[in-house]
Design a protein around this ligand. Structure first.
Ligand code: HEC
Ligand code: HEC
Length: 413
């Protein structure tokens, strides 16, 4: 959503004249003489910039927002293979879905355990169904091998600046605390290798390509450390748009190394602006609900969906520095059991492991969990297995009215 400083109100009688032309004048002459007053319709807006946004930040936000919604074309460097043409196709209005990615993994005969030999997938684990720029084949599922297919719906990208700003020591502290719990909750940091070249134009991190032991926090299995890294990866992997941070086109069956736009497709500025847009999106305003949050804690949801974590004092966006970020996640990986396993390994994250989903903007979601299989929050909770088993038992043991209050609370986040 692009934010203007001036309010745009569309009178709801604006369509009358056209309707009259279409329907013939007989039915509508009188109505248009006395137009009803303008009305502001209350909106529960979610794709809004941070409270206290400066005019410079608002400009960045709007430019990034525009690029986020923009469909890219082959002349811009789209392809040779791609999944969708715009970020917004999978993160509509910065929310969850509807676009998705299909993952493939070669698995053992149990249909679940990732096989040591993944050579049947020489072009990687991601299906890329569309092709342009001289390509002749998509990346699709090979036949003759035991394969697990799974979907990943684009998660909401609301409040991602808060997530990036969380201090490393906070995540380390929560990991250490969980190591001594007795309820089975034992999260782990996904320590990853950094895949982006250094980004000289961004003050947000000083990581270099090849740095190891970097703390992953973005992605469903926490495989990326920063928003620039994830953005460059998304442009490259989902759209075939290379940038200085990810200069190489993804491997493909035709062996193509370039597309209609020779060389690197995007200026670094584009990556930075899109990353800045996501950094500057506010967490949607929530109504305090003490009973609901008490039940959330009593049921053990807060063991993983930690309500708030402290951010770095030196994070370059002042509004996000040195505050409690209410992200409802510990940013750790948890084994959620076989039911949710996808056979995909992401650095230290195994098939059954998922990063605790940040509960930001839940009230705007229509489907839940990494593949959107749950159509209600209750279904999502009941699908949690593994480390969340005890919490699910507490949930099932709640009285009907307490369960309703808890669900209402989660649905309002
Ligand atoms: C084809 C659908 C699709 C497109 C297009 C797409 N994404 Fe995503 N996005 C996803 C999926 C699926 C995930 C989860 C990925 C994973 O963990 O493997 C994701 C994850 C993310 C995340 C991590 C969020 C978090 O909670 O950790 C960010 C940030 C993001 N995308 C930004 C972008 C940007 C920026 C673009 C455009 C350059 C983009 N995405 C394009 C589907 C898409
Ligand atoms: C052991 C850690 C753990 C506990 C305990 C836990 N969760 Fe989760 N939760 C997760 C993880 C990990 C995911 C992501 C799973 C996936 O995407 O498949 C998740 C996903 C969710 C989602 C879906 C969010 C989305 O973006 O789709 C909701 C809603 C949710 N949890 C609510 C709860 C509630 C309510 C409780 C308590 C009854 C709870 N969780 C307990 C780890 C946990």
């Amino acid at each position: 959503m692009i934010i203007n400083t001036s309010l745009q109100v569309r009178p709801h009688w604006a369509g009358v004249t056209l309707a009259c032309l279409v329907a013939g004048a007989s039915s509508c002459g009188e109505r248009s003489e006395v137009p009803p007053p303008f009305r502001v319709v209350a909106e529960d807006a979610f794709d809004l910039p941070l409270v206290g946004v400066t005019s410079q930040q608002r400009t960045l936000f709007n430019e990034g927002d525009r690029l986020f919604g923009l469909p890219f074309r082959p002349v811009d460097g789209l392809g040779p293979l791609y999944i969708r043409t715009a970020c917004g196709a999978c993160h509509e209005e910065a929310g969850k879905g509807p676009g998705r990615v299909t993952k493939m993994a070669v698995v053992e005969s149990d249909g679940l355990t990732p096989s040591a030999d993944q050579s049947a997938l020489p072009w990687g684990h991601t299906q890329r169904p569309y092709f342009v720029a001289g390509a002749t084949q998509p990346i699709a599922a090979p036949t003759g091998v035991s394969l697990k297919l799974s979907n990943r719906i684009g998660p909401a990208v609301l409040g991602r600046g808060y997530i990036e700003a969380v201090a490393d020591e906070e995540i380390v502290r929560v990991e250490a605390e969980q190591a001594s719990r007795t309820d089975g909750i034992r999260g782990r940091i996904n320590r990853v290798e950094h895949h982006s070249e250094a980004n000289p134009d961004q003050p947000f991190h000083t990581l270099k390509k090849g740095d190891r032991n970097v703390m992953g926090r973005f992605g469903l299995k926490a495989r990326s450390a920063t928003l620039d890294d994830f953005t460059a990866d998304a442009f490259m992997g989902d759209m075939g748009l290379t940038s200085l941070l990810r200069p190489v086109e993804p491997l493909n069956p035709d062996g193509l190394t370039d597309d209609e736009r020779p060389g690197v497709d995007l200026p670094l500025l584009t990556v930075n602006q899109v990353a800045d847009y996501m950094r500057l999106i506010e967490i949607p305003a929530r109504v305090p609900n003490a009973t609901g949050s008490a039940l959330f804690a009593r049921t053990g949801c807060d063991g993983c969906h930690v309500p708030s974590l402290r951010t770095r004092a030196d994070y370059p966006i002042a509004q996000l520095a040195g505050i409690d970020a209410f992200i409802y996640s510990d940013l750790l990986l948890h084994d959620l059991g076989e039911g949710l396993a996808d056979g995909v390994v992401d650095e230290q994250a195994g098939s059954r492991d998922w990063r605790t989903a940040p509960l930001i903007g839940v009230r705007f979601m229509r489907n839940y969990l990494h593949d959107g299989r749950a159509t209600s929050v209750e279904e999502a909770v009941l699908a949690h297995g593994g480390e969340a088993q005890m919490s699910v038992q507490h949930f099932k043991a709640l009285s009907d009215s307490d369960r309703d209050v808890l669900l209402q609370f989660v649905q309002s986040l």
